[in-house]
Structure formats: structure tokens, C-alpha cells
Design a protein around this ligand. Structure first.
Ligand code: G3P
Length: 217
């Protein structure tokens, strides 16, 4: 499963890149607003830093303007993925981009029926929002399982990009559901490695090693 960073903060990306675990980046209008930067500039900078797919979202709600915005975003770099909302116009735009070989990420997916439409529109990725479904009283990870089953039964190639992941259990649930990718804020990314027994065990090993007076080098 690919791991993407869900941020438009270049400093955060630079901090996480040395882990060797960042396979791509996703942004959305809220994250761009939070960065306080111009969308074209920040997306260009991220694309130069990270080789993998970088999602940049169109903000128009009508098909024609969405396509114009998507064309402009896609022209920034070859690894831009045009992110589009799960609306009829967004799906129509996804089909138009698929037909001209531009990658898309259909976002704001909250049901298997919506994911079916995204796949039929030829989306490269569909982004089900796990945490927001949990907030709504549902079990978000169950949607990932449903979409996986639906896509496998029908041989759809659209990749499931689990989004709105708030903690490590969301990420493991996404992996166990067979998601192709997961996008995580840096805090969730960093929390994946944490276990108190790892810290305690390492402290004990190092303390014992210190007593030997040896050096490996
Ligand atoms: O990629 C979508 C994600 O940013 C939404 O996360 O935590 O705002 O629901 P959240």
C-alpha cells in the first residue's frame, strides 16, 4: 500500500521525505488555504520534491471551468493528479481527463455507490473519507472493504486511496481492506512507528550494551 502525505506544507514534506516512506502527496483547498501560499507555486514546489503522484484540487463546480482548472493544474508537472469532487460535473471531468491521459483523484467519496460511479468515470484514484464517516456515526473502514469487493468483482482499475485517516488504526484498517494507497497527515504518519515497548526495549538493550564496554566500530 502506497503512503501519501496529506499536506500542502513544504516544510512538513521535507521533514518526512528522509523516511523513504512518502510515495506521494495529496492536497485539498483547505490545506492550500492553511499553507497561505499560491496553489500553482506550492504544487510546483511539491512536485519538484516528490516523484510520486501529487493531487491538486480543482475548485470550480461546473464541468467547463473544472476542466480549465484541471488543465492548468496538470500543466504544472507530469506528476500532478487532478483532484475532482464526487459530483456529476466532477465525474464528467474525470472522464474527460481519463480520455486525454491525465490522472485524476475523485474525492469526497462517502458511499460504495459513489465509488462505483468514480470507477465508471475512469478515475485513477477514488478517495473515501474514513474519519469523516466515523464522525458521522458510521464505521468508515467498512466502506473501504465494500469498495474493494465491488472493484474486484467488476475488475475496475481505479485505485482506492483511503483518506481522512486520523490515527494508526485507521491506516491498518485501510491496509487490511486492501486499499491501494492511504493519505495521512504528518502526525498520523509519525504515529505509525510509535510503540512504548519499542522505546522501552531499546533503552534496555542500550543500557546492557553500555555495561559490556564494547564498540562495534
Ligand atoms: O484528504 C482528505 C483529508 O484531508 C480529510 O481529512 O481529517 O479533514 O477529515 P479530515
Amino acid at each position: 500500500m502506497k503512503l501519501f502525505l496529506d499536506t500542502a506544507d513544504v516544510a512538513v514534506i521535507k521533514d518526512m521525505l528522509p523516511t523513504g516512506m512518502v510515495d506521494g502527496v495529496t492536497t485539498n483547498p483547505s490545506l492550500i488555504a492553511k499553507s497561505g501560499r499560491n496553489i500553482a507555486e506550492v504544487i510546483a514546489e511539491i512536485c519538484a520534491l516528490v516523484e510520486g503522484p501529487i493531487s491538486a484540487e480543482a475548485v470550480a463546480t461546473d464541468f467547463e471551468t473544472m476542466v480549465k482548472e484541471g488543465d492548468k493544474l496538470a500543466a504544472i508537472a507530469p506528476n500532478v493528479v487532478v483532484k475532482l469532487p464526487l459530483t456529476w460535473d466532477g465525474l464528467r471531468a474525470a472522464r474527460a481527463f481519463a480520455d486525454k491521459g491525465v490522472q485524476t483523484n475523485v474525492t469526497l467519496c462517502f458511499s460504495a455507490a459513489q465509488a462505483l460511479l468514480a470507477a465508471k468515470a475512469g478515475a485513477t484514484y477514488v478517495s473515501p473519507f474514513v474519519g469523516r464517516l466515523d464522525d458521522h456515526g458510521a464505521v468508515g473502514s467498512e466502506l473501504l472493504e465494500e469498495i474493494r469487493a465491488l472493484y474486484d468483482i467488476h475488475g475496475f482499475e481505479t485505485q482506492i486511496l483511503a483518506a481522512s485517516l486520523r490515527h494508526p488504526a485507521h491506516v491498518t484498517a485501510a491496509a487490511l481492506a486492501g486499499s491501494d494507497a492511504a493519505t495521512l497527515p504528518a502526525d498520523t504518519f509519525k504515529a505509525l512507528i510509535k510503540h512504548p515497548l519499542t522505546d522501552r526495549g531499546l533503552d534496555a538493550f542500550l543500557a546492557d550494551w553500555g555495561k559490556t564496554g564494547q564498540s562495534i566500530l
